[in-house]
Design a protein around this ligand. Structure first.
Ligand SMILES: [Fe+2]
Length: 289
């Protein structure tokens, strides 16, 4: 760790070894040159949850920083508000009609373990979430490391799942999570896709489980058997020993790697009383292999 710190132009604090670290002393409103960008990327490969502390980014600045990692995504769910910046999704517990906080959210998917946009052929590489308004306490985001979970499987289980493919479906996610059902337009925009159950991280070469709530069943198995296998893997892979829970501070911008993590929001605050508003940008990745 010491050698990593000595070569960095910011202070790096480990939050969870091999998984999460905080970056202190870097102002993301300033232009990030190629050299610094490369240093951030290399740090990101070591810590797939990177917490940039004390940021005051407006939407334009968040887009500029995020685009340094690749093309940005829109969202299949057209309910996300954007105020002229469609690449920035406002994620909140605000009622779209009244503008007031509510515990009765139409989109429940964020509260289930998932990897962003795995219902697309080219799912998300990274997601960047900037805390704009936080409740007094709670509203943590949890991450589970799918490389660590894969490594912990028995050799027999690894052999069993090595060549399996899973169907991922936005329509199924909406049903399973008790959310407002997908519209015909959303289903047309995001038809079911198939991804390997075990994917290899393109930068680190690490094998990772690729599961989560968008996965519905195995493409090559009897449906009930494939669903049971998915459930078994999901319970195994989200044990506390693989999880980092992020307690948000004002100004945090958290960037995470969807290729090797599951994540979920938690309802650990009074959602009918307090506002939690985050600005999200999503960097498109490659098809998992
Ligand atoms: Fe998400």
């Amino acid at each position: 760790m010491t050698s990593i710190q000595e070569s960095l132009p910011f202070k790096l604090g480990v939050l969870r070894p091999g998984m999460a670290a905080e970056v202190i002393g870097l102002n993301l409103n300033q232009a990030i040159d190629d050299g610094l960008h490369q240093i951030i990327l290399e740090t990101f490969y070591k810590f797939p949850v990177l917490v940039f502390r004390d940021q005051t980014l407006d939407k334009r600045s968040q887009i500029d920083f995020s685009e340094g990692f690749g093309a940005l995504e829109g969202h299949v769910n057209r309910d996300f508000r954007s105020d002229g910046f469609p690449a920035v999704h406002e994620v909140s517990n605000l009622d779209l009609n009244t503008g007031k906080p509510t515990a009765k959210l139409e989109n429940r998917g964020n509260y289930h373990w998932h990897t962003d946009k795995s219902y697309l052929l080219t799912p998300s590489l990274a997601t960047l979430l900037h805390a704009v308004t936080l409740p007094p306490e709670g509203g943590d985001t949890q991450f589970a490391h799918m490389g660590e979970a894969y490594d912990a499987l028995s050799n027999e289980k690894k052999d069993e799942i090595a060549s399996l493919r899973m169907v991922h479906s936005w329509e199924q996610t909406r049903i399973k999570s008790g959310s407002k059902l997908a519209t015909a337009q959303e289903i047309e925009d995001a038809p079911p896709v198939v991804h390997p159950l075990v994917r290899t991280h393109p930068e680190t070469g690490r094998k990772c489980l690729y599961i989560g709530t968008h996965a519905s069943h195995a493409a090559d198995m009897v449906r009930g058997v494939g669903e049971a296998l998915l459930e078994e893997l999901q319970i195994f892979a989200t044990q506390d020993r693989f999880v980092y829970s992020h307690i948000w501070r004002p100004g945090d911008l958290v960037m995470w790697d969807n290729r090797c993590l599951l994540h979920r929001a938690t309802e650990s605050y009074d959602m009918a009383k307090h506002v939690r508003l985050m600005h999200r940008t999503v960097v498109r990745g490659d098809a998992p292999v």
